[in-house]
Design a protein around this ligand. Structure first.
Ligand code: ZN
Length: 78
């Protein structure tokens, strides 16, 4: 009889533990899914000389393509 009581207690603790662990995940799931939507990653450009990836706002446009700096544009297009 004592064994059944202990088994029931362990099952109850296990059920409470699982419901407590899954409750925050259900609340956090919509927030985690909604976070990437408002801020999509900008398209990255690749420097023609060194290959570094950079956002279009920082790119320097040359005749053959885009560069990460004026120095790299000068090296490739002189
Ligand atoms: Zn470069």
């Amino acid at each position: 009889m004592k064994f059944l009581l202990l088994l029931g207690l362990f099952l109850l603790i296990g059920y409470c533990w699982r419901s407590l662990r899954s409750a925050p995940a259900r609340v956090a799931a919509p927030a985690a899914g909604a976070a990437p939507e408002p801020a999509p990653a900008p398209t990255m450009l690749r420097c023609l000389h060194c290959g570094v990836h950079l956002p279009p706002a920082d790119a320097i446009t040359g005749h053959a393509g885009v560069y990460c700096s004026e120095a790299h544009r000068a090296i490739r297009e002189r």
